[in-house]
Ligand binder design. Structure first.
Ligand SMILES: *Cc1c(COP(=O)(O)O)cnc(C)c1O
Length: 391
């Protein structure tokens, strides 16, 4: 009997959908900084920035207090301002488009591709106007978008191409790490993301001009400036209205130590995703995530899609039933323009594929520290619940 109807749940304890992996070396690395003279932006930030740039193969990396701050800085660096339009996907965390609003610009939502769930290039083309300033794609679930067509489109129309890679650090596109395909790429170090710094974010780029503007924005828009003859070493100048978006050395120390383990984290995620694929590929009413050729996913999320015509109940009942089995399922994401704030701002849109996906998807637990039994429990619970509700 299903747990939701009073039966025994598949698990006794709740399994969350995502979680950080912290070892003794991470703890030691943070303690070292706490004993050092610098707590906020000090030498470890530079080490971390260099390590991230080396890892993804970019010329520069600029760290921020979190991924949202990093996106805001990227939009600033791109020159996005009032009157501009930024085209992005509705299937993302609100931060992607909120950062456009911070700059006074208008987010415009283009629909997703039906099979990959990533932003569709052809739908972006339909939304281009004279006001379009930038395209922002999201590597949803860790699967890279098809970067080349986006890059080509941005170049053709002289737009800035920004990638929200919050899910995709360590993923690859055509044999190269995500991070060098767009003009600027953001990675987040929130605890559920591929690696964590507690909170944290970074923009990687190959353009020195963007690097300089990112650094300026991170620290109040202040630079040392040109010291005039009557001024001493106390002197500095504020050139732009920036923010205090600095990362601390404490965060950077954790990030640096985590980055050393990223390959093993991703391998573990890939293994779990393969086990899920194997278990679910023949299952009635369930569609497994389709992967683009020439890419490897970072598998930040494993999202199943339900063919609701095969079931007696809707997604909510299936979701609640899985939760009752103690499986920490989730839904990523509510199409951004559906949120009350966006509706009130007149930013409503109609992205049919995104809305269908939203009604039919469920995120299953996936993180490196899951053990074999955890994976088995998820598979068992999905089997149990879906079988019960098949027509
Ligand atoms: C997590 C996330 C962000 C924001 O990153 P934070 O570090 O939490 O501020 C932005 N976009 C997407 C797609 C995310 O998943």
């Amino acid at each position: 009997m299903l747990a939701i109807n009073g039966g025994k749940p598949v698990r006794d304890t709740f399994l969350s959908y995502g979680k950080q992996s912290i070892d003794d070396d991470d703890i030691e690395s943070v303690v070292q900084v706490l004993k050092s003279p610098f707590l906020t932006q000090g030498p470890v930030i530079e080490d971390f920035e260099e390590a991230i740039a080396n890892y993804v193969g970019s010329s520069y990396a600029v760290c921020f207090s979190n991924g949202t701050a990093a996106l805001h800085a990227a939009y600033f660096a791109a020159g996005i301002q009032e009157g501009d339009e930024v085209i992005t996907t509705p299937i993302t965390f609100v931060a992607t488009s909120n950062a456009a609003l911070y700059q006074g610009a208008t987010p415009v939502f283009a629909d997703i591709d039906e099979s990959t769930y990533n932003l569709s290039v052809s739908k972006v083309k339909e939304k281009l106007t004279k006001k379009t300033k930038a395209i922002v794609s999201v590597d949803y679930t860790g699967q890279p978008v098809d970067y080349d067509p986006f890059s080509d489109l941005a170049k053709k129309h002289q737009l800035v191409y920004i990638s929200d890679g919050a899910h995709s650090l360590g993923a690859t596109y055509k044999g190269k790490k995500v991070g060098i395909q767009a003009d600027m790429t953001m990675f987040s170090f929130h605890p559920v993301k591929p690696i964590t710094a507690g909170e944290g974010g970074v923009i990687v780029t190959n353009h020195p001009l963007f690097r300089d503007r990112l650094r300026l924005f991170r620290s109040h828009g202040i630079s040392k400036g040109n010291i005039k003859p009557d001024q001493g070493d106390w002197f500095y100048e504020m050139h732009e209205l920036g923010m205090n978006y600095r990362m601390t050395d404490i965060q950077a120390a954790l990030g640096l130590s985590q980055l050393k383990k990223i390959e093993s984290f991703i391998k573990k995620r890939q293994q779990i995703a393969s086990l899920y694929n194997e278990a679910f590929k023949e299952m009635e009413g369930l569609i497994i995530p389709s992967q683009l050729r020439n890419t490897t996913s970072g598998w930040h999320l494993y999202v199943i899609r339900l063919d609701l015509s095969k079931f007696k109940v809707n997604r909510k009942v299936i979701f609640d039933s899985l939760r009752a089995e103690n499986i920490g399922v989730h839904v990523h994401y509510i199409p951004v323009y559906k949120h009350p704030y966006y509706q009130q701002m007149g930013l409503n849109s109609s992205c049919i594929h995104a809305e269908h996906l939203y009604n039919e998807m469920i995120t299953l637990p996936l993180y490196p520290d899951m053990n074999k039994q955890d994976v088995k429990d998820v598979i068992k619970a999905v089997n149990k619940v879906l079988k019960e509700y098949l027509q």
